[in-house]
Design a protein around this ligand. Structure first.
Ligand code: ATP
Length: 235
């Protein structure tokens, strides 16, 4: 993916329908390439659907996606997805999950780098374990190892730290920033945690049932926490 100044990934008038309703209606947003956008909004407002559209996992009824004005075709980019349900395959051990993700995305397989990542995520003891042998928090850390191992152009994270305790969460936020800085992919990061959205996002996309707002300089905005609390509470 290009890292030109002002490069952007745009969703233009996207509509996603389910059987019963419109999930996204005529939805447009611009994401800066090579930056982290955190996404916040009430439960059910369409955050995961938006991520799945960008991942190419969700069809849309109308609209377009463009990268610097050209059609954006998800499968042509190196993508990493850390889904809400962790997305581990029952037949893959933790090590196999990471190695297969690297193979699929045609990335180099460096055992030393993988081991360092497992150490930093405190999952060395899970290397040969299958998902059914892990707790939710352990599965989430394996999913993060898989996401971080791939030097992605587009990194999509759906409440990626939700199953972690506070201390572990803070450590892994730091690991995330360190990893991301080595390869600053275009990152969409859904969270319900307002402090996390402000801490990690270069901008914050606030989704509401009636639309969306991009907060481009979160650090400069007074009363932002109160405003975001109201959005999540009222959704
Ligand atoms: N495949 C589907 N079929 C029918 N309805 C769906 C489908 N996927 C999502 N929805 C509905 O679309 C709406 C948006 O769902 P989505 O998962 O995108 O919301 P969200 O903002 O990520 O929610 P949460 O914060 O609870 O994860 C919800 O009302 C959900 O029930």
């Amino acid at each position: 993916m290009s890292t030109l100044n002002n490069a952007n990934l745009q969703l233009n008038n996207i509509t996603v329908n389910s059987d019963k309703k419109k999930i996204l209606a005529d939805f447009s947003v611009t994401f800066p390439v090579g930056q982290i956008t955190t996404i916040i909004g009430a439960s059910g407002v369409g955050k995961t659907t938006l991520l799945n559209v960008v991942a190419g996992l969700r069809d849309f009824a109308s609209g377009t996606m463009t990268l610097n004005g050209q059609p954006f075709i998800p499968k042509e980019h190196v993508m990493a997805l850390v889904p809400q349900d962790y997305g581990l395959l029952p037949w893959e051990t933790a090590t196999q999950a990471v190695i297969n993700a690297l193979k699929i995305t045609k990335q180099p397989i460096n055992q030393t780098v993988i081991t360092q990542l497992f150490e930093k995520l405190s999952i060395m003891d899970l290397k040969t374990k299958y998902p059914h042998e892990m707790s939710g928090g352990q599965q989430q850390r394996v999913s993060l190892a898989r996401g971080f191992a791939v030097a992605a152009d587009v990194l999509l994270m759906d409440e990626p730290f939700s199953a972690l305790d506070t201390n572990t969460r803070e450590q892994i936020q730091t690991l995330f920033m360190d990893t991301w800085q080595m390869k600053p992919g275009t990152t969409l990061f859904i969270t319900h945690d307002i402090q996390e959205a402000i801490l990690l996002g270069q901008q914050i996309l606030v989704l509401t049932p009636t639309g969306a707002e991009m907060i481009t300089h979160p650090e400069q905005e007074a009363d932002l926490v109160a405003r975001l609390k109201a959005v999540i509470g009222n959704g």
